[in-house]
Ligand binder design. Structure first.
Ligand code: HEC
Ligand code: HEC
Length: 455
């Protein structure tokens, strides 16, 4: 009897799979063990596809820049990492019009939208160093059986971990993380004497796991054991970022969904728009939106089935927002009160960079001091430069308007842009040199990078 049922089941699965040909389609009658086995079998092939694409687009080597580190000392990576087409130089490319670049297929592949590590499967994915530390501290395992983070092998390109935490309310203390990842296990000990009880309760909720699309207790999950879920700070680790990623919930079909890098929550108090495209108007709204919709790919039925956690606005959302709103940018010792360089502390190159930023390079039109954001959305129309193409399941197409992310503390949060397509600050300068048609010289680009590192 049992054998017969297994046979019937595998026939059903085979039919469903051959009908749709989809990589992660769950057969209507597939057992959880079969699902795990099937997706684990396919895992290697998608990981290889992703690594091949990354190597084709970027120089992924470990090349620390001299004389500059992130706030707690991790080296900042130097150099342009996006590869150029055969025989091309950045200078030659910048001489061409967007139409010419598009026509001749010369847009560097690294400046196309970056696909999710397995775009067709999608969903939240965390880097291994976070998984290991979380398991050690809280005995929770967020390892997906079907997927690894694509930058696990290239950790030198990511932000420092655990990131330092600076509070607007206690700048006298400096980094309050004491070098630890803040979790449910240690938050009380670390923060009981420096937060009020309301902020402390907000922080508790930010480190408490709740069910999500891939991490839950149903059989449609991506962890071997049933999962309690994810906490806000599993991704926004220490209020910053680990480059945990997923595909944005707002867009259909899936091929058009953006890969989205977890943004740092440092300085959310001075920001007015939240989400790269959503432009929600408050931290409170985004806090509710995360667990109600973003956690479940914007599918209300999945949220109900997998156990959405409805936060109460007055007694929970506000508390969580209050803690987020005291997360400060890291110190920038070379900047004065207006966010400009203090000439006594800055190098000649940094000063020339500032001049360019506010002048020829026009960066300050959108990145206005003191925090280097205008709190607006802008459509950079990058699609002017390339023909639509599908890469690893992601259709490179028009991105639409995106939020101007603040540049304060920017050296601490690589990779860059909403989907992490730029690995270094040098890459972002080449990107904007083309997008804004600036024709900057080599020296000017180096000076701009020096200025960005000082912010
Ligand atoms: C996958 C890991 C992940 C988890 C878990 C997560 N976030 Fe996010 N968060 C993101 C990503 C990715 C974005 C960017 C969304 C976008 O661009 O549309 C984001 C955006 C935000 C923003 C807007 C930031 C900005 O600069 O615009 C806030 C605020 C925020 N999250 C708070 C939270 C809170 C509160 C929770 C818990 C309820 C949470 N997040 C859980 C990944 C995560
Ligand atoms: C028209 C407005 C505009 C101008 C001008 C502009 N930017 Fe931006 N900048 C943006 C937007 C919008 C984003 C987010 C784009 C995305 O994520 O796809 C961004 C993102 C960035 C980022 C990455 C931020 C992050 O958190 O990942 C850097 C670095 C940056 N800009 C530097 C510059 C520099 C340097 C210049 C001048 C050469 C410049 N920008 C000019 C609008 C602008």
């Amino acid at each position: 009897m049992r054998n017969l049922r297994t046979l019937q089941r595998s026939v059903v699965i085979t039919c469903v799979l051959s009908m749709f040909g989809a990589a992660t389609m769950i057969g209507a009658d597939e057992s959880f063990a079969d699902l795990v086995a099937r997706l684990q079998k396919e895992k290697g092939q998608f990981a290889e596809r992703q690594q091949k694409m990354l190597a084709e687009r970027y120089d992924l080597s470990d090349r620390p820049a001299k004389g500059v580190t992130m706030t707690r000392g991790k080296p900042v990576q130097e150099g342009v990492r996006v590869k150029l087409p055969e025989g091309m130089t950045w200078e030659k490319l910048a001489e061409m019009t967007p139409e010419e670049i598009k026509e001749k297929d010369l847009w560097p592949k690294g400046f196309l939208p970056l696909p999710h590590p397995h775009h067709e499967a999608g969903g939240m994915i965390h880097p291994k160093f976070l998984l290991d530390e979380l398991k050690k501290q809280t005995d929770r395992d967020l390892t997906r059986f079907d997927l690894d983070h694509d930058f696990d092998k290239h950790q030198h390109l990511l932000a420092e971990f655990p990131a330092p935490i600076f509070l607007t309310t206690r700048p006298d203390l400096g980094d309050v993380s004491k070098g630890q990842l803040v979790t449910l296990s240690n938050f009380e000990e670390l923060f009981k004497d420096i937060l009020n009880p309301k902020q402390l309760e907000g922080l508790r909720l930010l480190v408490t796991p709740f069910p999500q699309q891939q991490f839950n207790a149903t059989l449609d999950r991506r962890t071997v054991k049933a999962s309690q879920g994810v906490s806000c700070f599993d991704c926004h680790a220490n209020g910053h970022t680990t480059a945990a990623t997923h595909t944005v919930g707002d867009i259909r079909p899936d091929s058009h969904r953006h890969r989205i890098d977890t943004p740092s929550l440092r300085g959310v108090n001075i920001q007015r728009l939240f989400g790269s495209q959503r432009a929600l108007k408050s931290v409170e709204d985004f806090t509710e939106f995360e667990q109600r919709a973003a956690y479940f790919d914007g599918i209300p039925a999945d949220a109900t089935k997998k156990g959405t956690n409805i936060l109460e606005r007055g007694s929970q959302v506000h508390f969580m927002a209050e803690f987020q709103n005291i997360l400060d940018f890291p110190p920038a010792p070379k900047l004065n009160l207006l966010g400009k360089l203090n000439p006594a502390k800055a190098s000649e190159s940094e000063k020339r960079g500032q001049e360019l930023f506010f002048g020829k390079a026009q960066c300050a039109t959108c990145h206005t001091p003191p925090y280097y954001t205008d709190n607006q959305m802008h459509n950079l129309k990058v699609e002017r430069f390339f023909k639509e193409v599908t890469v690893n399941g992601r259709k490179a197409s028009a991105d639409g308007p995106i939020k101007t992310f603040p540049l304060r503390g920017i050296k601490d949060s690589p990779p860059y842009l909403h989907d992490d397509r730029c690995l270094t600050l040098e890459d972002t300068v080449e990107f904007f040199n083309l997008v804004l048609e600036l024709k900057l010289t080599k020296e000017e680009k180096a000076d701009l990078v020096a200025f960005l590192r000082a912010l």
